[in-house]
Design a protein around this ligand. Structure first.
Ligand code: HEC
Ligand code: HEC
Length: 369
């Protein structure tokens, strides 16, 4: 038995970057206004995984996909002796071979489906052009993305459990080897060619570069925001002047046609205020609202508000089920706080809603007084 060099420095660095990236992106996924960072880390993970796939075909001893053990018989044998007298593998054992293949596949599927959700739902990133044609499928893509990501997480936990069981019951060297690169056994060490070494350097540097570059260049095509701000004054001056005098200028896409018609037909009694206009002005604004209502918008908020209303009779945005659901985690007292004053005061927390933008990254609850 001799000391065998099994995992190159590149494999070990890749492993660390992957752990840090996946950990960070999973935590961030829960926080709405950090979606932007979730996407940036996603791209980094995607590039790390793509390089790992290529690495698997580069004839690198132990890391080569050809050296993986995908034999079902060996896998059953391995699992049935998990707590008993088990064979020690120098490269990947059958369980880790399957786990790594699954993790690479699910990781890439998570990244790709994530880019699709980012495009179809948020109108962001390199696939933002898909928003106009596929926005109706945004929920499906989101579910798919979550499915891949959760399945990825399950395999990760199985992989960690496997390594720990191995460690506790068999004093396996797997855990140490992924840190220091060595195991003991009866085979020759890994030796990288100069070409493999150059590739390895790029494999580690490029994803870090992508991460840093995207962080510093938010308008890069991979993450760029295709939602253009709207100048309502130019679009419809009267609407922009009249409907901003008492409250936030609500973008027309936040309510369906019927709601706007209903509201505009009753401006004399507008939530306790008299907001009446002469007939011509009223008609002009109404026509603009109807033309740009939720029914003809591809925006996430429009699509989800519309779906949540169904046949209900709602004329307040804040009474739509989607609005209520999205704001349910906010304390009622916050809305009454002086800094916000009312649920209808959207712009307190959505700073550029009056330019028609409701991007996740711009959500910010102000300091309560
Ligand atoms: C005279 C003041 C006044 C004017 C002018 C006015 N509103 Fe309102 N509007 C209110 C008040 C008061 C509320 C109740 C919400 C609140 O608590 O602030 C309200 C609520 C709304 C809501 C529901 C918001 C929610 O909570 O979901 C919409 C939509 C709305 N207004 C649209 C319009 C439109 C469109 C115009 C222009 C035609 C307009 N308003 C002009 C006073 C006004
Ligand atoms: C007290 C601050 C606050 C106010 C006021 C507020 N929001 Fe929000 N809004 C939030 C927060 C926080 C979230 C994100 C919640 C989450 O994590 O899911 C959110 C989420 C949303 C979303 C979902 C974002 C998406 O991805 O589609 C929409 C749409 C939205 N708000 C619209 C509005 C509108 C319209 C108004 C005014 C009628 C409003 N909000 C008023 C804080 C606020």
């Amino acid at each position: 038995m001799t000391k065998v060099y099994v995992w190159s420095l590149f494999t070990r660095l890749f492993h660390i970057l992957l752990i840090v990236g996946i950990g960070a992106t999973f935590i961030i996924a829960e926080v709405e206004d950090l979606l932007h960072y979730h996407a940036i880390i996603g791209y980094m993970l995607g590039s790390l995984l793509i390089f790992r796939v290529i690495w698997g075909f580069m004839d690198v001893k132990f890391s080569n996909f050809r050296d993986f053990n995908f034999s079902i018989i060996d896998l059953i044998d391995y699992l049935s002796t998990l707590f008993g007298n088990k064979k020690e593998y120098i490269g990947h054992n059958p369980a880790s071979s399957w786990a790594i293949a699954a993790m690479i596949g699910l990781g890439l599927a998570s990244v790709i489906s994530g880019v699709v959700v980012y495009g179809t739902q948020e109108g962001m990133g390199i696939l933002s052009f898909l928003n106009s044609s596929l926005f109706k499928e945004m929920n499906f893509f989101e579910d798919l993305h979550e499915f891949f990501a959760n399945a990825f997480m399950v395999v990760i936990f199985m992989h960690i459990a496997g390594v720990l069981i191995d460690r506790v019951f068999h004093k396996s060297q797997a855990l140490n080897s992924i840190i220091n690169g060595y195991k003991t056994g009866n085979t020759t060490s890994l030796k990288l060619t100069i070409f493999q070494k150059i590739f390895g350097v790029v494999w580690i540097i490029l994803p870090i570069f992508i991460f840093a570059y995207l962080l510093l260049h938010p308008s890069n095509i991979l993450i760029a925001d295709a939602n253009k701000p709207v100048n309502y004054k130019v679009e419809h001056e009267l609407f922009a002047k009249e409907c901003i005098s008492c409250h936030t200028l609500y973008p027309p896409y936040l309510l369906p046609k019927e709601s706007w018609v209903k509201m505009m037909d009753n401006l004399e009694n507008h939530f306790g205020d008299d907001a009446s206009l002469d007939e011509a002005d009223k008609n002009s604004i109404q026509e603009y609202l109807v033309k740009n209502a939720a029914d003809s918008s591809t925006k996430e908020a429009a699509f989800k508000i519309l779906n949540s209303i169904k046949d209900k009779d709602v004329i307040e945005i804040t009474k739509t089920p989607y609005w209520e659901q999205r704001h349910s985690s906010i304390d009622e007292a916050a809305f009454k706080n002086k800094a916000i004053a009312s649920k209808s005061n959207c712009k307190a927390c959505h700073k550029n809603i009056e330019q028609g933008l409701l991007n996740d990254k711009d959500i910010k609850i102000p300091k309560l007084t």
